[in-house]
Each structure stands twice: as structure tokens, then as C-alpha cells.
Write a protein of this length. Structure first.
Length: 216
């Protein structure tokens, strides 16, 4: 994996952000919006190759990028990392590509799977409820909306035209408990040349709910 080295320790946390492993317990519904379900619960399908996965979800990621500004490269990298190229049980059964949990605000269908959370310097296994969608396209759209619905991601939205900064900000604002999450995303972006899917800002036509912070 051709990943770049990043240092999170040298960056001061944005006031909107919080460190999930310090302020949220591992059994909290909001301990981590992203968590990778344990590999032993996955049921893999070998029918879809990585190229076929990108052919299927790439256009949807670009369409949502045009409507929201969320970088397609990071959307795709998250989907790859969290679903194992669309092969995980959560992705195949629940159509959830991004490991987004079903918190109290979620009114749709849910499924329960074990997950690994990074807590107090180590990974532990807990049960978690996950959002269920009808299609991967619905998952991609809800993934983008999630960032606008949660004010703590304002620093990420401000940097949405820079995929690397966006990845760093969602890491620091609590999307994942894995301390190497942003680095893993950028490794996938570079190794798979996913920036080719990004849409320039002058081609965006934002939806009504895709409201950016005033200094974005």
C-alpha cells in the first residue's frame, strides 16, 4: 500500500472535535460512527472484483460529490476499507458500505453485528447496531448527509476540496476510533488513484441540506 506518513500528534484538535476514545465509552451508541465489523462475522462474495466495485459505486460517489461536495476519493476509500470491496456481510446484506451505526436518530432498519473498537490503547469486541439501506446508492447518499447532520464535522466540510485534509479531519472529529484511520484511507486513495473520481468545486450543484459552514 502506497500510503503517506501522517502525524496527528503535532496537530492541535479543532474546537469542534473531540477524541472519542477519551470522552466516549466503548459501549456508547456514539463511541464511533465508523467501526469495522469483525472479520469472523463477514460472509464474502467473490463475484465482484475491485475494478467492478469501482465501476458500480464510482459514478454514484461522483454524483453525490456534485450534490454535496464530499470528495469522491474519500467516499470510495471508506467504502473499500470498511466493506472489503463491498463483500462484507454489512455491505451485502445491509447495503451499508461505511460502517455507520444506527444511533437514536436513525428511524430505518437495523442489523446487529460484533465490532472492534479502539479503546484505551487496544481493540476490544462489542455488539453494535448498524444502519441498513435498500441500495449502495442510498448508503453513499446517507454517508454524505451524515457529515452535514453532525456539526462536529464542520472542520472536515471546510476542507472538502482537499481529500487528505478531509480524511484527517473526520479522523480527528471522531468518525473512527482507529488511530491510523486517515492514513489507511489515503493509502487506498493513492494506491488506487481514486482522486480521478473527484469532482471540481465549480461543477457542484449542492442540495438544499448540503449547507457548508460560513467560512468554507
Amino acid at each position: 500500500m502506497n500510503s503517506k506518513t501522517m502525524s496527528f500528534e503535532s496537530r492541535r484538535p479543532h474546537p469542534f472535535c473531540r477524541k472519542p476514545q477519551q470522552q466516549l465509552g466503548p459501549f456508547s451508541a456514539q463511541a464511533s460512527w465508523y467501526s469495522l465489523p469483525n472479520s469472523f462475522t463477514w460472509h464474502f462474495s467473490t463475484d465482484m472484483t475491485p475494478a467492478q466495485f469501482l465501476d458500480q459505486v464510482g459514478p454514484a460517489a461522483q454524483a453525490v460529490c456534485k450534490q454535496t461536495g464530499i470528495p469522491s476519493s474519500i467516499t470510495l476509500a471508506q467504502g473499500i476499507l470498511e466493506s472489503g470491496w463491498g463483500r462484507s456481510q454489512l455491505a451485502t446484506v445491509g447495503k451499508n458500505l461505511f460502517g455507520i451505526k444506527a444511533d437514536t436518530s436513525w428511524t430505518g432498519k437495523v442489523m446487529t453485528l460484533p465490532t472492534r473498537e479502539f479503546f484505551r490503547g487496544k481493540f476490544i469486541t462489542v455488539e453494535a447496531k448498524w444502519r441498513v439501506y435498500d441500495t449502495w446508492e442510498d448508503s453513499i447518499r446517507d454517508h454524505a448527509k451524515f457529515f452535514f447532520d453532525n456539526p462536529r464535522y464542520a472542520p472536515a466540510l471546510i476542507n472538502s476540496t482537499d481529500p487528505e485534509k478531509f480524511a484527517q479531519e473526520i479522523q480527528e472529529c471522531g468518525y473512527a476510533t482507529d488511530p491510523q484511520y486517515a492514513e489507511k484511507l489515503m493509502g487506498i486513495v493513492h494506491s488506487r488513484n481514486l482522486t480521478q473520481f473527484d469532482v471540481p468545486r465549480n461543477q457542484w450543484t449542492l442540495l438544499d441540506w448540503a449547507r457548508y459552514p460560513t467560512n468554507a
